[in-house]
Design a protein around this ligand. Structure first.
Ligand code: NI
Length: 185
């Protein structure tokens, strides 16, 4: 998910930072595997995701957005403050949901679009950390929204799937135009 205050057209970020796949890349829809090995390669992937998220800049990133089809997401819990507080969630799931709220969202995998999406306002989350320990915590409001957005990614769902068919088709048309312009330029 993109920070609402910092939505920009993405500059070319490479180096150790991973390339973020964008809609309509079919990999974003593929099935994602449960993490069973808590090893160095998982830690490396989590580090790369954190680096990629901050470079974008984003406030959350799912592993399958960089083509790694594992149940792993990273989230920036600093909520707009300058200090970085990344949270790694392995095999996350939502146990309970409460209330709902409509707010604007954007996504690093959906270029040039923000839209209002309804999410639960309070959730109970269970996940594992990079050592395989179980975490259980409550999240509310903006933090809950980011978690629901990232968990959607692990199920192959993008925030545009929550929009009306009309809005989605308008976006697809606009995206085609953007992609055509990029080809020319
Ligand atoms: Ni996203």
């Amino acid at each position: 998910m993109t920070p609402l205050s910092k939505i920009t057209s993405s500059p070319g970020f490479q180096m150790a930072i991973k390339k973020i796949l964008t809609y309509p890349d079919p990999v974003l829809r593929q099935k994602v595997e449960t993490v069973t090995r808590f090893d160095d390669s998982l830690r490396q992937l989590a580090d790369d995701l954190i680096e990629t998220m901050y470079a974008a800049p984003g406030v959350g990133l799912a592993a399958n957005q960089v083509g790694e089809c594992l149940r792993l997401v990273v989230i920036d819990t600093a909520a707009g403050n300058d200090e970085k507080k990344p949270l790694v969630l392995v095999n996350p799931e939502i146990l309970e949901k409460e209330g709902c709220r409509i707010e604007e969202e954007g996504c690093l995998s959906v270029v040039d679009l923000t839209a209002n999406v309804e999410r639960c306002n309070k959730i109970l989350v269970r996940a594992q950390d990079l050592e395989g320990n179980t975490l259980e915590f409550q999240a509310e409001e903006y933090f809950a929204r980011v978690i629901q957005h990232e968990l959607d990614h692990l199920n192959g769902t993008l925030f545009i799937d929550h929009l009306s068919a009309l809005k989605r088709s308008l976006y697809k048309k606009r995206l085609k135009k953007i992609l055509r312009q990029q080809e020319k330029g």
